[in-house]
Structure formats: C-alpha cells, structure tokens
Design a protein around this ligand. Structure first.
Ligand SMILES: CC(C)(COP(=O)(O)OP(=O)(O)OC[C@H]1O[C@@H](n2cnc3c(N)ncnc32)[C@H](O)[C@@H]1OP(=O)(O)O)[C@@H](O)C(=O)NCCC(=O)NCCS
Length: 161
C-alpha cells in the first residue's frame, strides 16, 4: 500500500512503500551519510531478504530520500534505524515515515516497539516522542566512538493498540 503525502509541496509528492532489493544502494548511501558506522549495500540486501525485517523507503519522484527499518520477533519489534537524506530533513517527513511503518508493524501483529537512540540526538528524540514513544531505560557508554568517550543511549518503548 502506498501512502501519499500530498499538499506539502507545490509540484512534488512523497511516497512511503516497502523497500525492495533494488533499493539497497540508495539505502546504504543514506545510512552511510547519516551514521558513523554505515551499513553497506550487502548489509541492506541481507536485511531486505530476512522475513522478520520490515523496511520502508520514503521517496520523492524516483529518488529514495529516506528509510525506516525494524526487526520483528513474536509480538515485539525493534526499530533498528531511521534516516533521511540531509537535504530533506527539517520538514517533518520522518514523522510520516515512522507512523506509516508503525501502522504496518501493528498490521503484522506487533504490540510493543522498542528502540535505542543516542541520548543527545535531539531530532530523533523529538521524532520518537511525537510518535508516542516514552523513555524506558538508559544505557551508559553504549555507543563506542572512534575518538572520545562512548555516548549514552536511551531505550524507548511504545505500545501499539
Ligand atoms: C532523525 C531524523 C530522521 C529526523 O528527520 P526530520 O524529518 O528531518 O526531522 P525534523 O528535522 O523535522 O525534526 C524532528 C523534530 O526534532 C526537532 N529538531 C530538529 N533539529 C533539532 C536540533 N538540532 N535540536 C533540537 N531539536 C531539533 C524539530 O524541531 C522537530 O521537533 P518538533 O516536531 O517538536 O518541531 C533525521 O534528523 C536524520 O535522518 N538524522 C540522522 C539519522 C538519525 O540520527 N536517525 C535516528 C537514530 S536511529
């Protein structure tokens, strides 16, 4: 199913759809530009071929500009990653992507969703809070850094009903 985000642009529209194997290069590019340890194309191909993994792509026209990926286990899921291409940030697009993704998880029978996010990642924390996630724990020195001290993570949770 396709979710069209109409009315946000004068002559362009964005779509949120399940990602396929052919999206792996674009997803790896966006991930690599967004995180210190980027996932390569092969890692995305691997994720895309696993039955317990759900990946949505956000695209504008023919261009993939973001993704959300989660892993399901029984009636729980973990959001593994969400990212937008930098030039498309700051317009709340990730909110639509995340809510659509959560709707699909609910449709698969998922009742509880968890995620970990770096404590000081304000845009991500705001995004998750807006989507109904609440802090459920804290992990000290969780993300190793190539230089400097490891960063803390917060664990967030949302029940789907
Ligand atoms: C997290 C991410 C997906 C959010 O995408 P986005 O749709 O562009 O989000 P927005 O810029 O619209 O911002 C979301 C919220 O954070 C706020 N925000 C944005 N930048 C901020 C900053 N530097 N400081 C504080 N708040 C900020 C926005 O005001 C908005 O809050 P609001 O809805 O209360 O106004 C995007 O920033 C991204 O791809 N980041 C890199 C990857 C990442 O960190 N992913 C999450 C961890 S898995």
């Amino acid at each position: 199913m396709m979710a069209w985000l109409a009315g946000l642009w004068s002559n362009a529209s964005a779509a949120i759809e399940p990602a396929g194997l052919r999206d792996a290069p674009a997803l790896a590019r966006i991930h690599g530009a967004s995180f210190h340890r980027g996932w390569d194309e092969g890692e995305f191909e691997n994720l895309l071929s696993q039955r317990n993994t759900l990946i949505h792509r956000l695209s504008m026209g023919r261009k993939v500009i973001g993704f959300c990926v989660s892993r399901m286990a029984a009636d729980e899921a973990e959001i593994l990653s969400i990212a937008l291409a930098e030039s498309h940030r700051g317009r709340g697009l990730s909110n639509h992507l995340l809510l659509t993704h959560l709707g699909h998880l609910a449709g698969r029978g998922v009742r509880t969703v968890f995620l970990e996010v770096e404590e000081n990642n304000r845009p991500a924390r705001r995004l998750y809070e807006h989507a109904g996630f609440a802090v459920a724990g804290r992990r000290e020195r969780y993300y190793p850094q190539s230089a400097g001290e490891p960063l803390n993570a917060v664990l967030m949770r949302r029940d789907l009903s």
